[in-house]
Write a protein that binds this ligand. Sequence first.
Ligand code: AHG
Ligand code: MN
Ligand code: MN
Length: 335
Amino acid sequence: MRIGTTLTNYTINKQKGFVGASGTFTGLLNDIAVACKRIADLVNKGDLVGVLGAVDSENVQGEQQKKLDVISNDLMIEALRHNGHIAGLASEEMDEIYQLPEGARRGNYLVLCDPLDGSSNIDVNVSVGTIFSVLKAPDGSDNPTQEDFLKAGTEQIAAGYCLYGPSTILVLTTGDGVSMFTLNRDFGEFLLTKEHVRIPQETSEFAINMSYRRHWDGPVERYISECLAGKEGERGKDFNMRWVASMVAEVHRILTRGGIFLYPCDAKIRAAGREGKLRLMYEANPMAMIVEQAGGAATTGTQRILEVNPEEIHQRVPVILGSKAEVDRIADYHL
Ligand code: AHG
Ligand code: MN
Ligand code: MN
């Protein structure tokens, strides 16, 4: 499609290819884009509008919530609840599924989201983002239950994120490649800036929080120590390292210039009774779909992320994603 096409026209044009399309999906993406624009505006104004800092509460994950976590969640609800495009919404910031108000029009889609990813970065003015995943709602489910949301990532019909960085960029896949839209703040539109995004197969850049090294399992320790050994080691080349602590920013870097991102399970996470840090349904699955659609790969180490059968909305998984050759190598180390 023409570079500079608005997100709305892009989705309308895509929908034309589907027989019987009602336009609801275009409306849904528009709702999500509206929420992202409003979050972008607040992230950009920061202290000027008093949105930085923490609130006096924890979310269901037992994590300290930032003001912007709560506000971003409210903005997602606000943008989605009245327009008749969704049947229900699940979010990192809500213990239970959000049920639409009595009498509100229902739609065919379920949305799962991480309203503000990387929120520990917000107070230090480093990139954050919003992640979303779209599933088809089962027929006739006006008030969907958890069960209705518990679908493997392969069932996603769309996934995306919005990165609030130096530019605000919305990245979207509907299952036929990955496109990027940059927000033009002058007139408030997301405009197509990249299509058919491909992740380079080879890379020499990895991203992992090295401070957990003493807790790592064998395969992760092996992979990273081989990278660190550089030219003189097994890999015969030097590697570079990045850690933004904002998965959206890491995935965006990987889509742009390749790389690998790891948030594995480790002994410390296991001792806390968990299987990972990142959440399957609204972090790992949408990012895995985007990465695969751009020619990369995403695994837990032992299983393709998109094939994990979820047991609960806030389930956590180990995540290893990015350039295919590197992801495959680490998966091999797990055999
Ligand atoms: P969130 O802010 O939504 O809770 O997610 C933060 C995630 C992810 O974006 C990032 O990769 C990771 O947590 C950072 O974790 P560490 O602080 O353990 O490095
Ligand atoms: Mn997150
Ligand atoms: Mn979050």
